[in-house]
Design a binder for this molecule. Structure first.
Ligand code: COI
Length: 355
């Protein structure tokens, strides 16, 4: 399809905004008024349109219900100081979306379709972008396999949707995490680097057990020896030890986080020493035991920077530094300033929609 043409829009006649406080909503519960949808069949994306938010009618035979061909992205748009809207790192998210789709044998999304669909949707729902502290419009592009067949096969038909929801802070307080050594999240050659539904579904039971034991999240370890730290729940993990920013290097089992990448670039520009490498449980434990100031945090689109207040390794629990002057919070502030136009976007990360 020609994606440069204007996408047909069917506007809602009754906005659900009236009477809603979009600066105080639980994460991911209230959809904005409209959605973007396109259909894939016969080898191409077609019928792209914007419609009032609605439920989907799908055959129970749709392949997405059975064999897990589902891929999503998580993005954010911010209300800028001058009233405009900035979508954060649209191009990088698009590239990752296509890498995930490729791994799951699904058709890629042309950049113009992704960008134009999202821009026009957010322009139409611009009133849904909140302006309160730590708020944003969370954007969820996703693709599902819709061919109707119970036979195990790669789907020939798909839907691509973009839905949005106003959100505030993802976590209310610093996290208590445990190093997980029974279950794993991803193995070499698997789908760990992709944002596919199964990666999240497989994490629920271990996380539920950790929560039952009083933790908020798990720190995933490698599939082979349960020796190296990989990720923190649904986020990348970062440590600041002895003024060095340390994070596991990207691999087939680690998501190429956009927040992770952005923090690394900000840190590099400040002259902070960075190490992207394997981080063993033993190394982490001896750093935590030594009593040096150690910061640990999750980096992800939803939470941005999620401070970790304690890490439990086996029977031992160690505290991490989560005071106001911790360096991790300065990354969060710097990102916030850049996204809202308080600081210059020297990186070219903002996709601005003038309002
Ligand atoms: C993110 O922080 O980017 C995530 O993927 C979390 C999301 C699944 C809510």
């Amino acid at each position: 399809m020609n994606t440069t043409t204007t996408i047909p829009v069917h506007r809602t006649t009754e906005s659900r905004l009236t009477g809603l406080d979009i600066n105080n909503l639980p994460f991911g519960k209230v959809p904005a008024d409209h959605l973007f949808i396109a259909r894939y069949s016969g080898g191409e994306w077609r019928e792209a349109r914007i419609e009032p938010f609605h439920k989907l009618t799908l055959s129970p035979f749709s392949l997405c219900f059975h064999y897990g061909q589902t891929v999503f992205e998580g993005m954010k748009a911010f209300r800028m100081e001058n009233g405009s809207i900035s979508i954060f790192r649209l191009q990088k998210h698009h590239e990752r979306f296509n890498r995930s789709l490729e791994r799951m044998g699904m058709p890629d999304i042309p950049y113009e379709l992704f960008r134009e669909g999202m821009r026009q949707l957010i322009e139409l729902d611009s009133q849904w972008v909140p302006s309160g502290k730590d708020t944003s419009l969370y954007i969820r592009p996703f693709v599902i396999a819709t061919e109707e067949k119970l036979g195990v096969k790669i789907s020939d038909e798909y839907l691509f949707l973009i839905v949005c929801t106003p959100v505030g802070a993802y976590y209310a307080r610093p996290l208590r995490v445990k190093v997980e050594t029974e279950f794993i999240r991803a193995a070499d050659g698997g789908t760990g680097f992709a944002k596919c539904g199964g990666n999240y579904g497989g994490a629920f039971l271990p996380t539920q057990r950790a929560v039952a034991d009083g933790f908020d999240q798990v720190l995933w370890t490698d599939a082979q020896n349960r020796e190296f730290i990989e990720e923190s729940g649904t986020m990348n993990i970062m440590f600041l030890i002895d003024n060095i920013l340390i994070t596991p290097a990207l691999s087939a089992t680690i998501l190429d986080g956009v927040t992770r990448d952005s923090i690394l670039q900000l840190a590099r520009a400040r002259g902070i020493k960075i190490q992207e490498r394997k981080v063993s449980i033993r190394e982490l434990e001896s750093a935590l035991q030594s009593g040096t100031r150690a910061e640990a945090f999750g980096a992800g689109t939803a939470a941005v920077v999620a401070p970790i207040e304690s890490i439990t390794i086996g029977a031992e629990t160690y505290g991490c530094y989560v005071e106001e002057d911790a360096v991790m919070f300065s990354f969060k502030r710097e990102l916030q300033a850049l996204r809202t136009g308080k600081a210059d976007d020297t990186w070219g990360w903002n996709e601005v929609i003038p309002v």
